[in-house]
Design a binder for this molecule. Sequence first.
Ligand SMILES: [Fe+2]
Ligand SMILES: [Fe+2]
Length: 317
Amino acid sequence: MSVTSIAAARRARPTSPKVSKTPGSLVHRKVEFDWSQTPLEWIPGSPFASHFINEINLLLPAGEFWFCKIYNKALPYITDEKLKADVQMFVRQEAMHARAHGAAIVEYLNAHGIETKSNTRQEDWLFESLLSDEPMGIKLPKFAQKEWLVFRLGIVAAIEHMTCVLGNYVLRNTSWDEAGADPVLLDLLRWHGAEEVEHRCVAFDVYRHLGGGYASRYYLASIAMPAVYGLWVHGAAHLMKQDERFKAKKPSVFKPWIWMQWMREVKTGHLPSPFWLALKELPFFSPWYDPVKEGSTEEALAYLNSSPAAARAAAMA
Ligand SMILES: [Fe+2]
Ligand SMILES: [Fe+2]
């Protein structure tokens, strides 16, 4: 073969796809929230939507600390330097999210007399026992440990698609501002949502890099997505039971009232429709799913650069 034909063959060889699809470099941001003035009904006139979104504070911390644990476990298997750096920043961002929502539980919900323990106990069991390295206390044989890790990374990839969808929703929903919603809670939602959009590719990139395939992604998402929404409604019902206005309805995830009321609240613009959410989950089921297309890094950074909580943390440093 001549020198020119070797050069031509090299040019024609398909380049391997990039392992990390995250545009640019992720950044760890500190934030500080002052919960002293935030009312429980943080969207004035909308107690249902206020409780429904407040449940996010209870749902997230245990799950996000669990993300940190399993991504630290995945790090030694990652051979791509850019993806490694993405994961390190992803872990730091998720840990900050968990701490911020954890502080909201104590300084905001508990300070208003809301009982949260019975709810967070369930999340702790799910992430610290059922989905831990030793599920329900069962020590896995060596050969199964990596499989179990990739299985759990697939669950996180599905959840991270959902958090990106919700991130877009909170960044773009102006109905809360129009209703005079509490600015601190809005900032918590938008700062977190913006970082979810910013790091939307990481979990999916890691899942694929460690050998996660399409079929398992499909069935894991089919389980994880309804489970997360079920837990969300279950937790929101627990908060509503503590509100005199809803007590008589005996709110429960298994009763139609909460689902019907959710649909009624959609008309106010303060909550996303469950059907819209289901529709937004569909791209993840496509074999051509590309998280880059699911959000705008520029839009996320525009919010992050103006977040009052980030400015407050910088001023306190
Ligand atoms: Fe997060
Ligand atoms: Fe995330």
